[in-house]
Design a protein around this ligand. Structure first.
Ligand code: PAF
Length: 286
């Protein structure tokens, strides 16, 4: 697997592949790779002739009090994992290649970004949408793969690519979980043994909320109960537990007779200093 650090080099490799008739899949990451990322590489390899992975810890998506400086950076180890999994090219640009002097453009996606993460992480989705738009336009893949763990991010990127006519298929890939169901995340590395035990209850509680709504329970009441259970388990604070429309993240619109829209249960909560997010579909019984 080759590593390139400039947009010009990235484009030269992709140009060669295109000339040879290859299809291209893209997996964008901030590094500190785990099985969740590698599953995205598998999906990209299964659907395309060539696979690009990016590693770029994007400063513009971190708030002033967030973990940009302590975000784990281990490119050499990550590169080995990517190569072993069959990635063909690593694009790992320095910050000034992505944001050169005078950079002045921001991609802002209305609606879907406003609630949930958008409330607790102001500016976060502008940072994500801007960097993902750039990475898509720099590499112009056929398909780009994003984890369902960051559900609101996946919906934001899907909306952005559609609205900006970026000719790339955005594909969601199911969350990869530890044995106790905890969603894999680079931030799990921050958890102490006690925090790790508490973290394992997040998925259990969210599954219960989803099941209760699927059985006809009131979404708001189910979400409130879920939040109370998380507080009891040791999360502090529980920033939100919410049942939302799965696509636009607005209020749920279940409907009847098959015209209802899919719903999703989403949550963010802190254990110690570590902020965890997770989500599950509400699987309605037909
Ligand atoms: O999900 C992530 O790791 C990041 O938000 C992404 C999509 C790589 C953009 O920096």
């Amino acid at each position: 697997m080759k590593t390139v650090r400039t947009i010009a080099d990235l484009r030269a490799v992709v140009r060669g592949w295109r000339a040879a008739g290859e299809t291209v899949g893209l997996v964008t990451t901030m590094g500190a790779l785990h099985e969740g990322h590698l599953t995205l590489i598998d999906a990209a390899a299964a659907g395309n002739g060539k696979v690009i992975s990016t590693i770029f810890v994007n400063p513009s998506q971190f708030g002033p009090s967030e973990d940009l400086s302590r975000y784990p950076r281990r490119e050499a180890e990550d590169a080995e994992m990517l190569a072993a999994r069959g990635a063909d090219l690593l694009f790992a640009p320095p910050v000034d290649e992505v944001y050169p002097d005078g950079f002045a453009t921001t991609v802002s996606v209305a609606g879907v970004t406003e609630a949930l993460e958008g409330k607790f992480r102001p500016g976060h989705f502008e940072g994500v949408a801007t960097v993902v738009a750039k990475l898509l336009l720099q590499s112009l893949p056929d398909r780009a793969y994003f984890g369902e763990k960051d559900w609101q991010q996946l919906q934001t990127i899907t909306r952005m690519a559609r609205d900006l006519d970026i000719p790339v298929e955005i594909a969601g890939v199911p969350t990869v979980r530890e044995d106790d169901g905890l969603a894999m995340s680079s931030r799990n590395a921050y958890l102490s043994a006690d925090e790790r035990r508490i973290a394992g209850t997040l998925n259990v509680v969210l599954r219960e909320v989803a099941a209760s709504v699927a059985e006809g329970g009131d979404p708001e009441a189910a979400a409130e109960q879920g939040a109370a259970k998380l507080r009891e388990a040791g999360f502090d604070p529980v920033q939100y537990v919410a049942v939302r429309d799965a696509e636009d993240l607005g209020p749920p619109r279940p409907g009847t007779g098959g015209d209802g829209r899919a719903m999703r249960v989403l949550a963010a909560a802190k254990v110690g200093k570590t902020r965890l997010i997770d989500n599950f579909p509400v699987e309605m019984k037909v």
